[in-house]
Design a protein around this ligand. Structure first.
Ligand code: ATP
Ligand code: MEV
Length: 900
């Protein structure tokens, strides 16, 4: 027989004892800690008056018509516990089951196929796993939303469809705060039948009682604070609704996962000390959070004044609790910290009297797919601390030793400081302080509601020369291309006034936007970190930026400024979230001729993509190795740091993410790019590149490095005839549609040229003179095909004429239609002959550049060395003022560069 648990009328006040409140002899209602310690149940007096509730370790009960018959359905020890839990939760009903997940399992059995559930996007890994199971096996639809913004529920909240909303506040492990009261009243108004469920484990009923904010069901993992000793597993469900309680009681009995008598006894014992444990744990947690925050770490803890949900949490709960998390900016450093602690036990779970440390992404949240974790903003380097009741000094001391041993902090003049203070652009504490300081100095109505990136970035990427296969590469033919030593550079700095600016001195463009005024309503694409942007650009967003964000007057700007600005805003808006729209200045300029066929657009695209991904926290720089250190008594191993001039300091995955977004910018600039230009700008070196999806070379596409290219010398000659890659590429596309046989034949020939060039460059047996001869005739042949495709220009033919007169071979490079030609230089050519050649080209009005090819790809100026404020301001002014030819030397002097 299933036994419905006792119903308390209405939440009982043990102190009242029948006396009238307000009368001189009346006792006031008891405080929480008194309720915890007082486990008497007036409905179930013990026959011997035992002061500890006995354990009824029995499966069955004899006789007919008694209160109990079978322990799955009811047991006196468990009834006592449930009565006590209802009392301290201020609830009409309480149920104890075998674990926190069992509690959620019971609750989700209220759902049926076709129902929709709304849940947070920063949930406990186990909750996430159960929801994923329901999705795939039970036909339940689950929407994950950002519950810190009540409005994010509105689009998915549907009357008659939404059956359940699952909330957590604070969330675990990012300690985000959801406005439970507002969300509950919104749900009541929009989907009145939805059951509102709150996981209250992080708070326990001592600090927060969500039924009071409008929830229907609240569950706790009793394994945590309620029991407090990590010596049992239990789950607790409380509610005020009789109809829901009846169903829950039925399901628990049917499923058979009610808490055992012995565990009920232990849990009852644990709850007696709940208030006193939580008080101590919380007060130490506040000290630990302040300690880490003062060292400059980004600490997630609602008890800190700079936590975004600090004020809201104070309205919902009576304390911030004893769980906090922080990031170091470096997963391996976090692992070293966790491994170096002694007092903090490495363990999942929380709520015990002993302190615990963990890395959620490798432990409690490991069951969430890494891509999903990344999409939900769960940093891989996150460390969670669950504070116990040990002496606070010992806990902080142990943490400090671990931070020092891991190299996360070091001794500075003013005491201990973070080793990599500028490393983490997310330090909202310092950012906020910085913003407030600046605000105090300013007059006007500045706002600080958008975040200020606190790291200034400088990046650069090379242009390219295509030796074989331009245009054909758009249609699936392999192109042979290499990085040149002319580059685009971009720098960024944070600002604190709700604005962004883009300064493009090469295009005479400089504009500032109010972030809020951008056409955010047109953003419909959301791309998770590490995911590719859909193949097509979002046309609505391009249109909205063009119509609503470009300056109305052109006042003599070069034609190309519009796509450059649209590309920047397109990426900025697509990767921003409602919660994070960083305010920053970006300036970009080139030592490359712009629009001349040397890949200026791809190097610009790669630079802005990198700056935006860094400031939007989608990229984290790898940490630097510790400096070379000889073994010593405190460090018996020591370590050797081998300098490699920053080469390969940026990982392949890092470069891949930049390349994906550089291609998005290239789509804005070029319409239908092959991807070869941005691949060279990002990865550098010399490449044989094939676009996927065509049958000429490799339908899967791909790129291979070509070593032999580096030794070949080239002269680049700029016709200075302006042209536009987008329209030239479109022109070839049209010709292919109109004359498919002719164009396909040419494409096949160009594929053969690229294959032949690649074979020659890779062949170690081939004589040098033979190699150059082969390249010369392939250059002539490829140029002839480009003429047939209609992309040459009289100026390019003139260059061929001038160079042919000296026995040299040249072809157009890039999109043609003007722009540049590439001339192959024989080994034998001396400086005098080269100068004569350059002079005769200059006489025709052309400009010549000698360049080395095959050099480094994308670079980032290392942010590990903190620069003074004066230095930063000076840098921005110098950057704009430097003549283009001095940019490379100036950038190199700025510090250590990290390359792909
Ligand atoms: N330094 C820069 N600052 C701002 N925008 C730039 C810069 N360099 C290139 N761009 C953008 O790229 C456009 C030039 O792209 P285009 O494809 O026509 O030339 P390219 O990339 O130099 O040549 P190719 O694609 O044939 O190699 C400019 O009009 C501008 O929109
Ligand atoms: C003309 C083209 O082949 C090269 C432009 O540098 C276009 C492209 O590959 O995107």
């Amino acid at each position: 027989m299933a036994r419905t648990p006792p119903i308390l009328t209405p939440p009982e006040t043990p102190g009242a004892s029948g006396l009238q409140l307000g009368s001189p002899t009346a006792r006031k209602p008891y405080h929480f800690s008194t309720l915890c310690a007082t486990v008497d149940n007036p409905n179930a007096k013990d026959q011997y008056g035992s002061s500890s509730v006995p354990i009824y370790q029995t499966a069955t009960f004899k006789g007919m018509g008694g209160d109990y018959d079978y322990s799955r359905s009811g047991n006196p020890t468990r009834s006592h516990l449930e009565h006590h839990l209802a009392k301290i939760s201020n609830a009409r009903h309480a149920f104890a089951v075998s674990s926190g997940m069992a509690a959620l399992d019971i609750i989700t059995r209220l759902l049926k196929a076709g129902d929709e559930v709304i849940a947070g996007d920063d949930l406990y890994g186990g909750t996430n796993r159960l929801l994923a199971y329901l999705k795939t096996h039970q036909g339940v639809t689950v929407h994950h939303v950002d519950t810190t913004n009540p409005e994010s529920l509105h689009p998915v909240l549907k009357a008659g469809k939404t059956a359940m909303v699952l909330l957590e506040s604070p969330t675990n492990p990012l300690l985000k705060i959801a406005d439970l009261a507002t969300i509950c009243s919104d749900i009541r108004a929009r989907a009145p039948d939805a059951i509102i469920v709150v996981d209250n484990t992080m708070m326990s009923p001592y600090l927060q009682r969500p039924l009071e904010h409008g929830a229907d069901l609240v569950y706790d993992s009793g394994t945590k604070y309620l029991s407090g000793h990590h010596d049992l597993m239990a789950g607790v469900i409380v509610c005020n609704r009789d109809d829901v309680a009846k169903k829950i009681a039925f399901i628990i009995n049917a499923v058979g996962n009610a808490l055992t008598p012995f565990d009920s006894f232990l849990l009852l014992r644990g709850t007696k000390t709940l208030a006193i444990r939580m008080e101590r744990q919380q007060s130490t947690a506040i000290q630990v959070a302040r300690y880490l925050s003062n060292l400059g770490f980004l600490v997630h803890y609602p008890g800190l004044e700079d936590h975004p949900g600090h004020e809201l949490h104070k309205k919902l709960a009576s304390g911030p609790g004893a769980v906090l998390s922080f990031v170091t900016g470096d997963k391996e450093m976090s692992e070293r910290i966790v491994g170096a602690t002694r007092l903090w036990g490495i363990s999942v779970s929380f709520g015990a009297v002993n302190s615990l440390i963990s890395m959620p992404c490798v432990m409690s949240h490991a069951s969430i797919d890494p891509a999903v974790r990344a999409a939900r903003g769960l940093p891989e380097d996150l460390i969670r601390l669950c504070v116990g009741i040990e002496d606070p000094n010992d806990l902080i001391d142990d943490l400090e030793v671990a931070l020092l041993q891991a190299g996360a902090i070091k001794a500075g003049q003013a005491g201990l400081v973070r080793s990599n203070p500028t490393y983490n652009p997310r330090a909202h504490g310092s950012v906020l302080n910085k913003a407030i300081e600046k605000l105090a100095d300013r007059v006007g109505n500045a706002r600080v509601d958008e975040e200020v990136p606190d790291t200034d970035w400088m990046v650069s990427a090379p242009g390219k020369v295509i030796l074989f296969g331009e245009h054909a590469v758009v249609h699936g033919v392999t192109a042979v291309a290499a990085a040149v030593d002319l580059r685009c550079y971009a720098i960024s700095s944070g600002r604190d006034d709700g604005k962004i600016s883009l300064n493009l001195p090469d295009l005479n463009f400089n504009n500032t936007w109010n972030v809020e005024d951008l056409p955010w309503d047109a953003v419909n694409t959301s791309v998770a970190p590490g995911e590719p942007h859909p193949p097509e650009l979002e046309p609505g967003l391009v249109e909205a930026i063009t119509a609503r964000a470009l300056p109305v007057v052109d006042d003599g700007k070069p034609a190309g400024y519009k796509p450059a600005v649209i590309a920047f805003l397109y990426i900025y808006m697509t990767i921003s979230s409602k919660d994070y729209r960083p305010c920053l200045n970006v300036t970009a300029r080139s030592s490359l001729p712009v629009g001349a066929g040397l890949g200026s657009s791809a190097s610009y695209s790669s630079c802005i993509a990198t700056i935006l991904l860094l400031t939007h926290r989608r990229l984290n720089l790898p940490s630097l190795p510790m400096p070379t250190q000889a073994p010593s008594s405190s460090d018996p191993v020591g370590h050797l740091h081998v300098s490699h001039a920053g080469r390969k300091a940026l990982t392949k995955a890092f470069a891949d993410e930049i390349n994906r977004w550089a291609l998005v910018a290239e789509k804005v600039l070029h319409g239908n790019p092959s991807g070869v230009d941005n691949a060279v700008a990002v990865y550098g070196g010399a490449l044989a590149f094939t676009k996927p999806g065509f049958a000429f070379a490799n339908p899967n596409g791909g790129m291979d490095g070509i070593q032999g290219f580096k030794s070949v010398r080239f002269l680049l000659v700029n016709t200075k005839v302006p042209r536009n890659t987008k329209s030239l590429v479109a022109g070839v596309g049209l010709k292919k549609q109109q004359e498919p046989e002719l164009v396909n034949g040419i494409l096949e020939r160009i594929q053969a040229i690229s294959d032949e060039a690649r074979r020659a460059l890779l062949d170690p047996e081939l004589e040098r003179s033979e190699l150059l001869k082969a390249l010369e005739s392939l250059i002539d042949e490829n140029h002839a095909h480009l003429v047939t495709l209609g992309v040459s220009h009289p100026a390019l033919e003139k260059i061929r004429e001038v160079t042919a007169a000296k026995g040299l071979h040249a072809k157009l490079t890039g999109a043609g239609g003007g722009g540049c030609a590439v001339v192959l230089l024989p080994d034998a050519i001396d400086d005098k002959a080269l100068n004569e050649l350059i002079q005769s080209l200059e006489k025709e009005g052309f400009e010549a550049y000698t360049t080395s090819v095959g050099g480094g790809g994308l670079g980032i100026l290392s942010p590990y060395v903190e620069r003074s404020d004066e230095d930063k301001v000076g840098a921005e002014e110098d950057f704009v003022a430097k003549p283009a030819v001095e940019l490379a030397g100036w950038a190199a002097d700025r510090g250590r560069w990290l390359y792909t």
